[in-house]
Design a protein around this ligand. Structure first.
Ligand code: NAP
Length: 329
């Protein structure tokens, strides 16, 4: 969505630059108060390469090239003109430090969103945010354990204080605890429900005031096909083993229902009606969650998360989808 707008606008303005300077620019640096972006022309295509917080641009990053005779032009544009929005949207991804969460951050950064990596270990979160540096308008990390309300509250404060807004929340953090069906205990199931169900509820409640203030807020709950009652009743093969699903699948069914409840509640509340909340499933994806046994790549798995994080205003709310479309409840 942003890329198309960017491409169109940049094409228009690189024309203007060529006319003004008599040379076709191969590179354009956008420098704004909040964000800088470098656009590279390749084979007639405009690529948005890195977009770094303005203060961090250096000539080493290929940012500032003002000297005559060098490639590139230093051009200042209003963010609204460049992206069609006032400022880049901000997304918070829980469990954003690895696996599908990190890949979702990578794909959303490339679409021009500011990434907030929620990570229960701040150092791992910072490493993940650093790995996204240069892909989009910026990435930062907050300490966020979805099972710890104090951690969730401080993460919300950090987002508000550092970025001043939140447009997209991705409830991605999730765990599996293996339990033999014949011996399962509440102790085995509890942490799974704490992380996969109560966690998204805690985070959503904490972020709701920021989301409600956004013009186009989106919540994506990363659930699982194993949480589909219909597919399970019909004997679908989800991969994995009965042990991996004993606590996990019921927790994901609960998360899917939680999504529906939010969708109905938001639709009924005047100040929350603009929030779209959807459940997505990435499919059986090779990550640490299944010790790499998944059949899909994280690049493939993250696509549906990204798609629902960036749906436009006439997109659905209260849906349950995967890469192929609607998933049965
Ligand atoms: P992963 O590589 O194991 O990543 C899970 C992420 O969740 C990690 O960042 C982990 O942080 C984080 N996390 C776990 N407990 C947390 C907590 N209490 N607070 C904050 N973060 C926590 O697994 P993944 O496959 O990417 O899973 C991402 C989501 O996709 C999960 O909700 C999962 O259920 C869902 N999903 C996955 C598949 C699949 O086949 N992989 C299929 C369907 C749905 P640490 O690094 O600190 O452990």
């Amino acid at each position: 969505m942003l890329t198309e707008t960017t491409t169109r606008l940049v094409a228009r303005f690189t024309d203007a630059v060529s006319r003004a300077t008599d040379t076709a620019p191969t590179e354009v640096v956008i420098s704004l108060r909040e964000v800088s972006a470098r656009l590279v022309m390749e084979g007639g295509q405009v690529l948005l390469v890195p977009a770094l917080p303005a203060g961090r641009l250096s000539s080493r990053d290929g940012g500032v090239r003002r000297q005559p005779g060098q490639r590139g032009h230093h051009v200042v544009m209003a963010f609204r003109d460049l992206f069609g929005v006032d400022r880049p949207p901000v997304v918070l991804i829980t469990g954003g430090n690895k696996g599908l969460g990190l890949e979702t951050g990578r794909q959303l950064a490339q679409r021009g969103l500011v990434i907030v990596v929620g990570s229960r270990d701040l150092d791992r979160g910072r490493d993940a945010a650093a790995s996204l540096d240069g892909l989009g308008p910026g990435a930062t990390a907050v300490q966020l354990d979805v099972t710890d309300p104090a951690s969730v509250a401080s993460a919300g404060d950090a987002v508000r204080d550092q970025l001043g807004r939140l447009d997209v929340l991705i409830n991605n953090a999730g765990i599996i605890v293996e339990a033999r069906p014949t011996e399962v205990t509440a102790e085995q199931m509890r942490p799974v429900f704490e992380t996969n169900v109560f966690g998204p509820a805690t985070v959503t409640t904490a972020m709701l005031p920021l989301l409600a203030a956004s013009p186009h807020p989106r919540i994506v709950n990363v659930t699982s096909t194993t949480g589909s009652l219909t597919l399970t009743a019909n004997g679908a093969d989800f991969g994995g083993t009965p042990e991996t699903r004993m606590a996990y699948a019921p927790s994901k069914a609960a998360l899917t229902m939680l999504t529906l409840q939010y969708a109905r509640a938001f639709a009924a509340a005047e100040d929350l009606r603009h929030i779209k909340v959807n459940a997505v499933t990435p499919g059986y994806t090779a990550t640490d969650l299944n010790h790499g046994a998944g059949r899909r790549t994280v690049e493939q798995g993250a696509q549906v998360i990204v798609a629902m994080a960036t749906i436009d205003d006439d997109g659905p709310s209260g849906s349950f989808v995967n890469h192929a479309g609607t998933v049965p409840w």
